[in-house]
Ligand binder design. Sequence first.
Ligand code: F6R
Length: 610
Amino acid sequence: MCGIVGYLGHRQAVPIVVAGLKRLEYRGYDSVGIAMIGDGKVKAIKTAGKVAEIEALVAADRGAASVCIGHTRWATHGEPSDVNAHPHLDCHNHIAVIHNGIIENYSVLKKKLVDSGHFFRSSTDTEVLAHLIEELSRWSKGLEEAVRQALQQVQGTYGVVVISDREPDTLIAARHGSPLVIGHGEGEYYIASDASAIAEHTRRVSYLDDGELAVITRQGMRAKTLGDVETTKSIQELAFDLARIERGGYDHFMLKEIYEQPETIRDAMRGRLLAADGEVKLGGLEHVRDRLVGARRIILVGCGTSWHAALVGEYMIEHIAKSPVEVEYASEFRYRSPVLSANDVVFLISQSGETADTLAAMREAKSKGAAALGIVNVVGSTIARESEGGVYIHAGPEIGVASTKAFTSQLTVLALIALYLARARGISSEDCRVLAQELQSLPTKVSYLLQVSGRVKELASEFKDARNFLYLGRGANYPVALEGALKLKEVSYIHAEGYPAAEMKHGPIALIDENMPVVFLAPKDALYDKVVNNIHEVRARRGRIIAVANEDDREIEQIAEFVLRVPRTYGFFGPIINVIPLQLLAYYIAIARGVDVDQPRNLAKSVTVE
Ligand code: F6R
């Protein structure tokens, strides 16, 4: 959620850290701060607001410090304010701490520390760590030992970095539940919660594992467990295209990422879909092929947009491969004591690969003997590393807080899995070839759709002042309705609900009047006539109808006030196309309402706390 950056080396550290924070701002953006060691003292600068605020504060005096840590915050405990911004310091400003995660037992620890004379400035859970390390430093042999002892007393999750002016050439980092990546330069080290913050400086990285602590000095890096046992960290080469984390001429990352979809959908299939042969190759599933094919059930688990992708995946896999599928919210699955066995296969769907609930669901599945496989975007993320295999979606960095291209790439990978399984379960290569060729045609169709979608802007200005929206769809387009509503809520702050179209009669129909825009997913698939009936029901109650319909559908014009045209495809692949006008509608309504769509209020990319 929050973003962490640190630097220790021979260059001016402050500009490096501030530039890293800018790259990470999409992870949290309610307050920001840095701490450096200059002239033998810890100096912290922090403020409520975005990274631009800190940039202005350090512009005049970047200092000569060659050690600096920085943090961009998404508030958990304590409102966004100057004082609650990280870094947090001990009583005498010798120690500075930045932290992602939640210290669950902070109130107990805080009480003890206050009783022994510590003076707290903020209402955060993190400040407890700075004082606890200060307290333990009195009796321990040095910073490393004090940090280790402090973390042994902590319950909760953390990715944490600590500096102290008593050991001015040391960075201590530790991880339990919140990711940290260490970048290796020439006589310099970087640390970050997300590789995008450091990729411009080095591609040589190692990832800390849960329960590990790293001691970084100019001489090198040592990793240990919290029990003080040395661990070996391999250095990996980061494959990263920096252009993908620039806006590249677009006003917002969200728009850029919507327009990247022809390419990202193609990338998700590249080298995997052998359309002419009617075959699908998924190397990350080959070693579990038999388990997958013979699975008692396949369980798709995710949160938010990734959960919506799972719902579409259920329709695709059950229809195409005839394998039984269940879909679960990660947050419910992990606490429900799910009955699992070695006959179950669990797919964890996550753009970031770091979502706390999805991570916990993976560990739950593994501990019960099920095969735990990832459908993940971020290479080297925790789910990617800890799962027993899986499929990367290869969408490239997704910076816009509202997920767009990751969703269509997740759906593309789920379609590939459906075909892979179907083939293994006996559908003919000829039947598979027909579907594979249709899948292969999607990038071109999406590209065309994006070229002709000017109508969406007009619609956005017509409906920008609506107070509510209803999104309705059937079959595989029901999750698309959920996703359309989620996108609108996230970036425009308009209340929106998604429903299966037939469920409308069982309650939501009471909401319909002449002020209610209702978006219908109405492609010409097997359920088209049913959807048309539902449109008539809304029309009879004077609801304002917006239909997402195929280009050759003339009937729909008679009953819908607005029609957003989409190319026709095979019904179960339709969601990959049909969601795109809804992404654009949410984007343009948000713009018309003056919202910063890349950083909408209260949201953060990568939800690493429960
Ligand atoms: C919505 C959105 C979130 C994420 C959810 C899961 O636009 O981005 O709902 O989909 O937080 O995140 P990942 O996929 O990273 O596990």
